[in-house]
Design a protein around this ligand. Sequence first.
Ligand code: NAP
Length: 365
Amino acid sequence: MAGKKVAGVLGATGSVGQRFILLLADHPHFELKVLGASSRSAGKKYVDAVNWKQTDLLPESATDIVVSECKSEFFKECDIVFSGLDADYAGAIEKEFMEAGIAIVSNAKNYRREQDVPLIVPVVNPEHLDIVAQKLETAKVQGKPRPGFIICISNCSTAGLVAPLKPLIEKFGPIDALTTTTLQAISGAGFSPGVPGIDILDNIIPYIGGEEDKMEWETKKILAPLAEDKTHVKLLTPEEIKVSAQCNRVAVSDGHTECISLRFKNRPAPSVEQVKTCLKEYVCDAYKLGCHSAPKQTIHVLEQPDRPQPRLDRNRDSGYGVSVGRIREDPLLDFKMVVLSHNTIIGAAGSGVLIAEILLARNLI
Ligand code: NAP
C-alpha cells in the first residue's frame, strides 16, 4: 500500500457512496480507509450497515471497515475525502471538514454556486481546478497552513449535457441556445428513501425538484472561462447562452438519457458530419494527463438509429464514457441528438475519483 493516498467516503452507504466503494476498492493510487454515514450506521461494520444494491459484489476490502460518524476528527489521516451526503446535512459537515484542513470532493449541491468553489466535470473543465491551485499557492506565499478546500461535482444530468458541448464549442465557437429533455434513472434519486416502486413502475414522473434550475445554472458555470487571477470563473450570461431543461424520472436503474437541441452562434453552422467527427476526435485532458480512470474515448458516437440505450450503452469506458447518437439537423435550432451518461459514475462518484486523480497528477493532494 506504500505510496497510496488515504481516502475517506462520507455518505458511504448511499447510492453514490456505494459507487465510491466500488471505484476505490482496487484503485492503484488511493487506499480506502475511512467510511462515514449517519448515526444509524456509525459503529457498525460496513457490511452490516449498508443495504448493498449494486450488481457487483461488495468488495472485501470494505466489508469490515467500521463506519464512523461524519466528523473530521475521524478522517484526519485522509489525503482526500469524497462526499456522497444529501444536501440536507452536507453543508455543515463539509464546511467542518474544510475548516479542519481536509480536501473534499462533494456530490452535494450546497457549495456549487460559491464563487471560489470549482464546479467540475472532469472530462470537460479540469482547468477550473486552477482555483484550488491558486488557493494553495496563496496560503503558501503568506506562510499560512495548508488550507482545506471543497470541489463540487456537477449535478448528474448536467455532466451528460456538457460533455458533448465542450468539444463542439472548442471547435465551432459558442453555443447560444440549448434545450434538453431528460429521462433520468431511479438511482439518481438516492436510496434513502429512494423512488417507491409503486410510483415508478409503468410510469414516468415529469418532475424532479430543483433539477431543471440546476441544469440551467450549472451549465453556465462549467462552460465559463477562468478569470485572469484564477480565483473564480466568469459565469456565462443569459445573453451568451440560453439553456432550457425539462426533467423526467423513468423506470431505468442506472443511466440518464437526454434529448438535446442546440444552436451555434457562428454562421454558417457546421455540418452533421463535422459535428460527428469533432465529437469522435475529442480526447479529454484527464486522459492526456494519464489519469487511471480517464476514458480513452470520451464521447462514443453511435450510428445505429435506436442507440444510445441505458442498458446497452451506460458502461462504455467503464461508465466514464458518454454516448451520443441520433445526431441530425433540427428544424428549430441547428442540431439535435440523444446523449446517455452513467449517473453514478461520470455523473457522480466516477467524476469524484477522476477529479482526485487529476489533483494527484497536478500535485494538489
Ligand atoms: P442516498 O442514497 O440517500 O445516501 C445518503 C447517504 O447519507 C447515506 O450514506 C446515509 O447514511 C447518509 N446520511 C443520511 N443522514 C445523514 C446524517 N444526518 N449525517 C450523515 N450522513 C447521513 O443519496 P445519494 O443518491 O447517494 O446522493 C448523495 C448526494 O449526491 C446528494 O447530495 C445527491 O444530490 C448527490 N448526487 C446523487 C447522484 C445520483 O445519481 N444518485 C448523482 C449526482 C449527485 P445512512 O445509511 O446511515 O442513513
